[in-house]
Write a new protein. Structure first.
Length: 256
């Protein structure tokens, strides 16, 4: 791949902060210094998926977190890398919050890069870049749904080649955090990290119901919001979804 250091630069500060908290400033500074060089090497040795590939940013993004893991010779545990990812996302949460999946504009924005890529990845491009993302919309649950399938992922292929496939499930988990920051809920039956290469990852997004949208804004310092915020910041998405479902049922019960 063609080198681009933007994502490493953008996430360097939150990653270094996590390492400093866990292992001290000296170790953090040393690892991040090594990571900059490792990141360049990882990007340049990755399969070429096209300089104008609309989804290339996904791999550049992921390799920013692979770099310190490789630079530490895997001495940094995956749980620490996961925290580095989470902190990095919340470092730019304002960017994700600009997209509101409760609006037609937000849904279109979310799907724009995937649709652009789908049109870009012609049969000719696939012959030229055979390890790039493979995307389709087979199995869409209903018209208008934010839905797509990924049946091949270069990140999954590359992490296996590098011997760091244990990080792959962490990248898939980040999707839930990103979608939540966009005021939506991610429904996914399986991921490529679960099934590995040439299997299928389904993405299906729904919006928060209007009543919850209205409740969250005025209760930004209230108990409900604090519980939701804690669960999301602690990356307890599965608990958040259960809490949300119970709250929704209780709300309907009291309205009846």
């Amino acid at each position: 791949m063609k080198y681009n250091g933007f994502y490493f630069w953008m996430f360097k500060s939150p990653m270094k902060k996590v390492l400093a908290e866990k292992y001290g400033r000296e170790y953090a500074a040393d690892i991040m210094k090594k990571s900059k060089k490792v990141y360049r090497e990882l990007v340049e040795k990755a399969d070429d998926i096209g300089d104008d590939n609309p989804m290339a940013y996904n791999e550049l993004f992921a390799l920013a977190f692979v770099a310190p893991y490789v630079a530490s010779e895997k001495k940094i545990p995956p749980t620490a890398v996961q925290e580095m990812m989470r902190r990095s996302l919340y470092h730019i949460k304002w960017y994700f919050a600009k997209t509101d999946l409760n609006t037609d504009k937000g849904k279109a924005e979310n799907k724009k890069s995937v649709v652009k890529y789908y049109k870009w990845y012609t049969p000719e491009k696939e012959k030229r870049y055979p390890t790039s993302f493979k995307v389709d919309f087979v199995g869409q649950p209903h018209e208008g749904a934010c839905y797509y399938r990924i049946t091949r992922c270069p990140i999954c292929i590359y992490t296996e080649k590098l011997g760091v496939s244990e990080l792959m499930p962490l990248f898939c988990e980040l999707d839930e955090v990103m979608i939540t920051l966009q005021h939506g809920v991610l429904h996914r039956k399986q991921t490529l990290a679960d099934l590995f290469i040439n299997s299928t990852a389904d993405f299906y997004l729904i919006k928060f119901p209007g009543f919850l949208q209205h409740l969250l804004h005025p209760l930004c310092h209230g108990t409900l919001f604090q519980i939701c915020k804690y669960l999301l910041f602690q990356n307890r998405i599965h608990i958040f979804n259960k809490f949300y479902t119970i709250f929704h049922l209780l709300f309907i019960f009291f309205l009846a």
